[in-house]
Design a protein around this ligand. Sequence first.
Ligand SMILES: Nc1ncnc2c1ncn2[C@@H]1O[C@H](COP(=O)(O)OP(=O)(O)OP(=O)(O)O)[C@@H](O)[C@H]1O
Ligand SMILES: [Mg+2]
Length: 237
Amino acid sequence: MHMPNCHGTSLMPPLLRVEGLHFAYPGEPALLCNACFSLDAGQKLGLLGDNAAGKSTLFHLITGLLAPTAGTVALHGTPCTTNAHVAAVRRTVGYLLQNSDEQLFCESVLEDVAFAPQNYGLPPAQAVEKAQQALEACGIAHLQDKSVYALSGGEKKLVALAGILAQEPEALLLDEPTNMLDTRTRQRLIDILHTLPQAMLVVSHDTPFLHALCSGFLSLENGQTTTMPPFHQHQLA
Ligand SMILES: Nc1ncnc2c1ncn2[C@@H]1O[C@H](COP(=O)(O)OP(=O)(O)OP(=O)(O)O)[C@@H](O)[C@H]1O
Ligand SMILES: [Mg+2]
């Protein structure tokens, strides 16, 4: 099994590898300086970092929403250097945005969740079936006919998650998934994520949630990622 660093010795390339990533927003100082880690198939990694450390920016870079000034993101060992490669990452990696309002865009919940499978080539009826399964898995089948604009914050989060699950990705990037969730829904999210086979990179300030879900941790500090030892009891909130 690969360790979450840049020097894995396994013959199989990791599902996702970030190598020497540098990035700065225009006119701003460097935000990422040589960020470097791997995510293996099925591995669930927590990504820790202070506000403004660059965690969401890193997710944008992985999914090609932003382009690094140097370094690469590789999928199954292939660096994502062309539009086709970026499209492959977006197909393979489901990205749950920090702000669900930026994620939902169709009129109805069912349409929104069915968008990705239809976009990736399923006939409409099968895309709808896939969407209904994803809504069911997230415990929100009853929302399917609602307008996305009429949802609560927590409902939006779960609909957005159903939308990325319907695309059947190999990995999930989850940015603050427990934000806006009440205790019961948060627990339901933990239960759902536990059952999923996908690799996950999870940003959260909810330390007990990360501890419940993840087997390893990265820290993003001063633009660099470092692998952290497992949580100790005193680090839990
Ligand atoms: N489009 C942008 N243009 C310029 N600066 C930006 C832009 N987007 C984000 N930033 C800045 O980049 C820094 C990192 O932002 P980012 O959203 O990646 O942080 P984060 O680690 O996700 O923080 P949080 O925990 O608060 O979500 C912040 O200082 C932010 O103001
Ligand atoms: Mg963020």
